[in-house]
Design a protein around this ligand. Sequence first.
Ligand code: NAP
Length: 267
Amino acid sequence: MQINEVNIGIIGGGNLGRSVAEGFLKAGIKSSKIVITRRRVHLLEDLREKGVQTEKENAMAVIGKEVIILAVKPYQAKELLSELKPQLQPGQILLSLMTGISLAELSEHVPEGVLVFRVMPNTAVALQESMTLISAPECDTAVQKIVGDLFETLGKVIFINEELMAAATVLGACGIAFALRFIRAAIQGGVEIGFGADVAQQIVAQTVKGATELILQTGHHPEQEIDKVTTPKGITISGLNEMEHQGFSSALIRGLLVSYNKLNSGK
Ligand SMILES: NC(=O)c1ccc[n+]([C@@H]2O[C@H](COP(=O)([O-])OP(=O)(O)OC[C@H]3O[C@@H](n4cnc5c(N)ncnc54)[C@H](OP(=O)(O)O)[C@@H]3O)[C@@H](O)[C@H]2O)c1
């Protein structure tokens, strides 16, 4: 099956659910192929104006859909799945975007034969720049390909074992916030050394984009690119070393671990 033939239901049109819909539209998936739901359906008016079917009734995003995407909060999952169970049919693909709910837990609440995947994108889906990590059940590779292809329209995709899903959540989904905090701090520093906030933001954002592209396009280790910028006794290495004396790398790694441990402890 081609991606543009797939009928997609998105349940939970909040921050992430609506961003996924926007990303699909940008990727050229026809609006007539997408149904999106939330209880306060009036908040999806902008998507309705773009031709997406917006509904209060979740059944509308399940019946006749090859792919159903769940994007409600994790604590809302159980109630939602018991509501959906009577409508779900074997062979339908159910993609859970919800953090911390295992494939085994999800499978307990759906009829046998429904193909349940965990999918962890980040909020860059709306711009087709997501890093999406996917854990697949044991199923036909053609089915896995449909799911992979669908999310490749929204950025990059890596299939991972489910044991790595918590780590993927921290590095990929929380990672957006971590990267943005670096950007914010650099802007604040930029203002202190003379730029207005708007210009500082442009400089930092484009510089970070450039650094990212250097890694993505060359495959180089970051330190290899850093070496090119650090003249012996120069200003860059002095600044970098001071950042490290103040715990830059350590703070980041420790923050990642706190998020990871919190996610694993379920608190
Ligand atoms: N934000 C991220 O970066 C990110 C990344 C990866 C994964 N996730 C996961 O994605 C999920 C959604 O996160 P979010 O940030 O988008 O949360 P959110 O903004 O709160 O969106 C959830 C939406 O679900 C709707 N909803 C709740 N109960 C519903 C029901 N019974 N039927 C239909 N819609 C219902 C809510 O709208 P109404 O109240 O109008 O119904 C709400 O807008 C979470 O499980 C989160 O773990 C988020």
